[in-house]
Write a protein that binds this ligand. Structure first.
Ligand SMILES: [Zn+2]
Length: 381
C-alpha cells in the first residue's frame, strides 16, 4: 500500500475512499486516519501536519454531513413518509479526479456520492427514525452539492378500487375543454386530495364507459394516482363514505396499490356485460332471431362518433352472449356479453354499415339506441 497518499491534501473520508477495499469493518474516515497514522509513524512526523486546511477533492463537504442532514430533515418536514433515499450530485471534475486518484493508488473504492448518500442517510435516519429504502422509497431526496440545493421526489400514492357510475352524462376523466363540470375522476379525487394534500391526480381505469352510459353491477376497476402527497396514511373507508355520499359515483374494494398495477389495469382485456335499450319497429320474434345472428365475430370500423380522435380502422370483436330481456312500449332491452373494446351502440344501429353484422342490418330496419349501461366487468380471466 502506497502510504504517500497521506501527503495528498485530502480529508480522512476522501483519503480512506481511495483505499476503499482495504481492511474490513472500517469506515472510510477511519481508514483515512489509519493511513495518516501509519505514515506519521513511518516518517516520525506530527500527524496534525498531515491534515490540509481544506480537502482538495470534496472541498470540505464531509465536514458538513450533519449540516446537510439537518437541511434534508427541514425539507422533509411537510411530508409524511416511512422510508426515504438520499441521492446526490457533484461537480463532474470532482468525480473525474477521484477516479484518477483511485487508479493511481490501485484502489477501487466507492464513489464520493455513494459515501455521501450513505452518511447523510444514516444521520437523517437517526434524527427522523425513518428507514432508508433503496428500491421504492416514499421520498427520494437529491442533494445537489454544487449549489447546496435539495430536490424532493415523492412517490405517488396509488389507490385501487372499483367504481359504479350511477348517473349518465359524466365523463370518466377530467374533460379538457371544461365542457363537463365534473368527472368520475374528480368526484373520487376530491376527498383524497383534501386528505393527502397532493398536488395532482390521475385516474387509470380498466377501460371507460361512454359519457352517457352508466357503470353499474360490480363496478369498474381503477387506480387513482395522487402526485406529491403530503399525507400517506389516510382512511380509505372515510374516502369511500365521502364519495358515496355524492349520489353519483360509488366506490368500494379500496386498498393501496403498487405502480406495476397501473399497467395491468390499463392493459386488461376484460369481457363486459351491457344492457342496452333500443327502439325499432319490429316484433319480439324478429328481434330475437336477429340477435341470435349476432353471436360470434363481428367487424367494426371505427365509429363515426369517435372517428375524429381515433384512427380509422377495422377491428374484429366477439359477441359471446346476447339476448332480449324486456320489451315494452316499443322499447327493447337487450343484454350483451362482448369482448373488450366492442362498440355496443354500433352493434345495434350498425353505424351505416361500418359495423357488420348489426341488429339494424339483420332486421333491415333503422334501430335507435335509447340508453346503455355497463352491468358487469369480468376482469378475472
Ligand atoms: Zn474530502
Amino acid at each position: 500500500m502506497d502510504l504517500e497518499a497521506a501527503k495528498l491534501k485530502l480529508c480522512d473520508h476522501c483519503l480512506g475512499r481511495i483505499f476503499g477495499l482495504r481492511g474490513h469493518g472500517l469506515s472510510n474516515d477511519e481508514r483515512g486516519r489509519a493511513i495518516r497514522v501509519l505514515y506519521a509513524m513511518d516518517h516520525n512526523e506530527d500527524i496534525n501536519s498531515l491534515y490540509p486546511d481544506t480537502c482538495e477533492l470534496c472541498g470540505g463537504i464531509f465536514n458538513r454531513l450533519d449540516e446537510y442532514a439537518r437541511y434534508v430533515v427541514e425539507k422533509l418536514k411537510d411530508y409524511e413518509f416511512s422510508t426515504f433515499l438520499i441521492g446526490s450530485k457533484f461537480y463532474e471534475d470532482i468525480l473525474e479526479r477521484e477516479k484518477e486518484l483511485q487508479a493511481r493508488f490501485g484502489g477501487s473504492g466507492e464513489s464520493i456520492s455513494r459515501e455521501f448518500n450513505r452518511e447523510v442517510g444514516k444521520r437523517v435516519s437517526k434524527i427522523t427514525g425513518k428507514e432508508v429504502d433503496l428500491k421504492a422509497p416514499d421520498i427520494t431526496v437529491i442533494v445537489d452539492t454544487r449549489y447546496d440545493s435539495i430536490e424532493i421526489e415523492v412517490k405517488p400514492l396509488l389507490i385501487y378500487g372499483r367504481y359504479r357510475k350511477l348517473v349518465r352524462g359524466i365523463p370518466q376523466t377530467k374533460w379538457p375543454s371544461g365542457k363537463y363540470k365534473e368527472s368520475v375522476e374528480e368526484i373520487i379525487a376530491r376527498p383524497v386530495m383534501e386528505l393527502t394534500r397532493g398536488e395532482e391526480h390521475m385516474l387509470h381505469g380498466m377501460g371507460r364507459e361512454d359519457i352517457d352510459a352508466r357503470m353499474l353491477g360490480n363496478g369498474r376497476p381503477f387506480i387513482l394516482e395522487i402526485k406529491r402527497p403530503r399525507v400517506r396514511s389516510i382512511d380509505l373507508e372515510e374516502i369511500a363514505k365521502r364519495v358515496n355520499s355524492s349520489g353519483k359515483v360509488e366506490i368500494f374494494d379500496l386498498r393501496f396499490a403498487e405502480k406495476e398495477e397501473i399497467r395491468k389495469i390499463k392493459e386488461a382485456e376484460s369481457r363486459k356485460r351491457y344492457r342496452i335499450a333500443v327502439e325499432v319497429e319490429a316484433s319480439e320474434e324478429e328481434v330475437r332471431d336477429a340477435l341470435k345472428a349476432l353471436i360470434g365475430k363481428i367487424r367494426q370500423r371505427t365509429p363515426t362518433r369517435v372517428k375524429h380522435r381515433r384512427a380509422d380502422k377495422v377491428r374484429i370483436r366477439e359477441v359471446y352472449e346476447i339476448r332480449l330481456v324486456e320489451h315494452k312500449d316499443g322499447e327493447f332491452i337487450i343484454e350483451v356479453l362482448a369482448q373488450s373494446g366492442t362498440y355496443i351502440k354500433e352493434l345495434m344501429h350498425g353505424d351505416e354499415g361500418r359495423t357488420s353484422p348489426s341488429l339494424a342490418e339483420k332486421l333491415g330496419k333503422e334501430v335507435k339506441v335509447k340508453w346503455l349501461d355497463v352491468i358487469e366487468i369480468l376482469d378475472d380471466k
